[in-house]
Design a protein around this ligand. Structure first.
Ligand code: PMP
Length: 412
């Protein structure tokens, strides 16, 4: 087997080697049953107990209060673009039965291509009206997703009694993230929310890597696990219990009918086992959670957050150095940069390819940016597991600096 690559891919992304080895054993023999995890019934007592353990570890690590259920489903973040709308419209119908669709307002904060996609899905589904609370392109000199609007600028216009208020915590493609500290101008404007706001947060690309600010004030938080926690296939939902509603009753009263597997009520009533769940993804995610607990205990999120801050600071420092020498160009405003993925251009014809070739030669993989930003940018993802492999980030940073020095020497 070749040496394992330093995999910076944004998702699916690197998993801890110790977990992958354990998973190999679990494929042959899950919990001493003599049956592998991919073969055992999801209704066996061993699997059900395992699933409860996964839930309990997420609850402990993210400090999820009892007001919220933790549910497991499939379909990734993309399926939740639709599910959050349908479930929350049903809830709105329950609360306000006689309103017209134009009076059912869904507030969207658009800060990048993922929240933009979610907004388009809400418009496509109908049953309510979309209000764009803020669109970060309006605050960009180039009309691009390169910033998180400051809440000092009166940028956010929330509606009264909305169906939901939607935001994406970390925009994976564009490299912008709401600041995690509340005092910061680019943090999510929790203080501006109307009372009783049904807040929905897409945490797909920073899930289980830091404490979620004001988690208890959210109606729904969701994330596909494939960035930081496990293999693709599992989506984790944290849903405030009053948002788990009788969707069929709502449909009788005029709400859009909801496919059964998408209704939070179905998932909750069947302890997330209405149909066959993605057992392997649940298994490996569970192993990763155990590893987190072993490594840092119940305060692991705080520890990973500190590590993310220090890792990303090193990359941003190298990027700044490259900018000063005209070699790199950041794609995001200084106060909006993500701590998970750093997006930048390499200046000059063919220079991006040259930069990427250098990373590959050093066994670093997955550093080319998303195709939707023209492949002209480099995206470096910092999964939680680089926490104990700061060396991986150091390899990248050392190479960035080497590249900057070599390029600026050529230019002189
Ligand atoms: N939201 C964000 C922030 C993402 O990064 C992604 C995937 N990269 C999605 C949603 C869509 O997730 P999925 O591919 O699991 O449908």
């Amino acid at each position: 087997m070749p040496a394992r690559a330093l995999n910076f891919g944004a998702g699916p992304s690197a998993l801890p080697e110790s977990v992958l080895k354990q998973a190999g054993e679990g494929l042959l023999n899950f919990q001493d049953t003599g049956i592998g995890i991919a073969e055992i019934s999801h209704r066996s007592k061993e699997f059900k107990t395992y699933l409860q353990g996964v839930e309990s570890d997420i609850r402990k690590l993210l400090k999820v209060p009892n007001s919220h259920a933790i549910l497991f489903t499939q379909g990734g973040g993309s399926a939740q673009f639709s599910a959050v709308v349908l479930n929350m419209l049903a809830r709105h119908h329950e609360r306000y039965p006689v309103l017209e669709p134009e009076q059912r307002v869904m507030d969207y904060v658009i800060t990048g291509s993922w929240s933009d996609k979610a907004t388009k899905e809400a418009r496509r589904l109908g049953g309510g009206t979309v209000n764009v609370v803020a669109d970060s392109r309006k605050f960009s000199a180039q009309g691009k997703f390169d910033n998180i609007p400051s809440h000092k600028n009166d940028a956010y216009k929330f509606s009264k009694n909305p169906v939901l208020i939607y935001y994406c915590a970390n925009e994976t493609v564009d490299g912008v993230e709401f600041a995690r500290e509340e005092g910061n101008e680019t943090s999510f404007p929790f203080h501006l929310l109307p009372e009783d706001s049904p807040l929905v947060g897409d945490y797909s690309s920073s899930f289980m890597s830091h404490p979620i600010p004001r988690l208890q004030n959210h109606a729904i938080i969701y994330a596909g696990v494939q960035k930081n926690l496990g293999p693709a296939g599992l989506t984790v939902l944290i849903v405030r219990k009053d948002c788990i509603v009788d969707v069929d009753k709502a449909a009788q009263n005029g709400a859009i009918p909801i496919p059964l597997c998408t209704a939070y009520r179905t998932l909750a009533d069947h302890q997330s086992l209405y149909n066959t769940p993605p057992v392997l993804s649940i298994y490996i995610s569970g192993l990763v959670l155990r590893q987190m607990m072993l490594e840092f205990g119940e305060d692991a999120m705080e520890k990973y957050a500190a590590l993310s801050a220090s890792k990303s600071a090193k990359v941003y420092d190298a990027l700044k150095r490259g900018e000063q020498k005209g070699v790199f160009k950041s794609k995001v405003r200084d106060d909006s940069g993500s701590q998970m993925n750093v997006v930048f251009d390499v200046v000059g014809e063919g220079k991006l390819d040259q930069f990427i070739a250098g990373t590959e030669a050093r066994n670093m993989k997955g550093l080319r940016g998303h195709r939707s930003v023209g492949g002209r940018s480099t995206l470096c993802f910092h999964p939680t597991w680089w926490a104990n492999a700061l060396a991986g980030v150091r390899t990248l940073v050392d190479y960035m600096i080497e590249f900057v020095e070599a390029e600026s020497a050529v230019a002189q």
